[in-house]
Design a protein around this ligand. Structure first.
Ligand SMILES: [Zn+2]
Length: 337
């Protein structure tokens, strides 16, 4: 068990701590560390782990997790809370998604390697702490800063995991996601790369209930989104028995998305949406116009089936092939117990 797990397992009574997990050092001698905050309750119980970010420009989740930790009193808790505000400190400091020193995607690098590139070492250092300690872990993200999105969730199904899809869906309900996207680990048609290297997928493999919570846009603070996440953490902690009090409301059904895709620009220009993130689009509709710099304007090619706009581009400057919208194309409604 790691440093955090050992501290939580101690019988020295309710307490709060914070520290830095050492991963390595820069040429200058500056330490590369993972900061953490941990709260040990008065009575034993389950452990909720909030991982503030894996992508360095995704801020809302870090803020919500740290504020939630500040709001709790260990003396009233049965169980524990751990916040690792960033898993990617060098990317955070550089205000970018990926670590500038190796350009790897941290959320495609778990469970990591103790002898690899810096991103792989950061992944390994975190995962060694999480394994055997977390009962539920939320992998906090946002969309790319160029997009608007309403809060939603993404999850995977792991065939050998002891955690069922129903458990994962129930843990999402406190956040009222407008869609709950079940992601194909093969990643086809959606995002390139090693989707199986996502922290939440590796957690499922280790028997930890885990999912991704997508909280709005990157590189900006969205107060309402942060507040929704804080309420959701509280409700989930109550469902886990960590916090006492009357049951808080949660979603009673989820819109489970099983196919997603991007709408991309055919030509460059300025994208002027005629729709908003979170809205439905129906077959034959266009999501907006492309205004060219010669003053001409054309509608974006119409969609060929009904969909739900998960993310919509808010930076109008687009080139051929760039992403305009992230769309759910297939979904069903799952009632929750
Ligand atoms: Zn992300």
């Amino acid at each position: 068990m790691g440093i955090i797990g050992n501290w939580l397992a101690s019988d020295e009574g309710p307490s709060r701590t914070s520290g830095q997990l050492r991963v390595g050092s820069m040429a200058s001698g500056m330490e590369v560390t993972l900061p953490y905050v941990a709260l040990r309750g008065a009575r034993p119980g389950r452990t909720l782990w909030l991982h503030g970010q894996v992508h360095g420009d995704e801020i809302n989740g870090m803020v919500a997790a740290l504020r939630f930790a500040r709001s709790l009193q260990p003396e009233t808790m049965s169980g524990n809370l751990v916040v690792t505000p960033t898993g990617n400190p060098q990317a955070l400091d550089a205000r970018r998604k990926r670590n500038p020193y190796d350009e790897l995607d941290l959320d495609q690098s778990y469970p990591g390697s103790a002898s690899g590139l810096i991103t792989e070492r950061l992944a390994h250092a975190l995962f060694e702490e999480v394994r055997g300690v977390a009962d539920v872990l939320i992998n906090l993200h946002t969309m790319n800063p160029l997009f608007d999105a309403r809060p939603y969730t993404v999850y995977k199904v792991h065939a050998e995991s002891s955690v069922s899809e129903a458990e994962v869906l129930a843990a999402m309900a406190p956040f009222y996601p407008h869609v709950a996207c079940r992601q194909d680990v093969g990643g086809k048609g959606e995002l390139p790369g090693n989707i199986a290297g996502a922290l939440d997928y590796q957690c499922l493999a280790a028997g930890i209930c885990a999912f991704m919570l997508e909280l709005g846009s990157g590189s900006r603070l969205e107060a309402e989104t942060v507040a929704l996440a804080e309420r959701g953490f509280s409700t989930l902690a109550q469902q886990m028995g960590i916090l006492a009090g009357p049951p808080q409301p949660a979603a009673t059904s989820l819109r489970r998305v099983t196919r997603r895709g991007w709408i991309t620009a055919d030509e460059g220009g300025l994208f002027i949406p005629t729709t908003r993130a979170g809205e439905r689009v129906s077959e034959g509709m266009s999501i907006g116009d492309l205004l060219r710099l010669d003053g001409q304007q054309t509608a974006v090619r119409a969609v060929t089936r009904d969909g739900v706009l998960i993310g919509l581009r808010s930076d109008p400057v687009v080139h051929t092939g760039e992403r305009l919208a992230f769309v759910a194309w297939e979904w069903d409604t799952v009632p929750l117990a």
